[in-house]
Design a protein around this ligand. Structure first.
Ligand code: SF4
Length: 63
């Protein structure tokens, strides 16, 4: 599974970073960035939760 952030939608809330800090960080400009775009099977639930909790629906996951 792969994950990405639409930086045009992201508002820098940082919920993704709180939920899955191995995969997301809010940079110095206040924009969410993906740290690792290939999601390990063991981390899928955390990344899916981050996607669900993103208020801007900026996180996308796919194969
Ligand atoms: S939760 Fe969504 S809007 Fe907030 S920083 Fe993460 S990707 Fe951006």
């Amino acid at each position: 599974m792969r994950v990405s952030i639409d930086v045009d939608r992201c508002q820098g809330h940082g919920r993704c970073e709180l939920i899955a800090p191995d995969y997301f960080v809010v940079d110095d400009a206040g924009v969410g960035q993906v740290l690792r775009d290939e999601v390990a099977d063991a981390d899928r639930a955390d990344v899916e939760e981050a996607r669900f909790c993103c208020p801007e629906q900026a996180i996308a996951v796919g194969d």
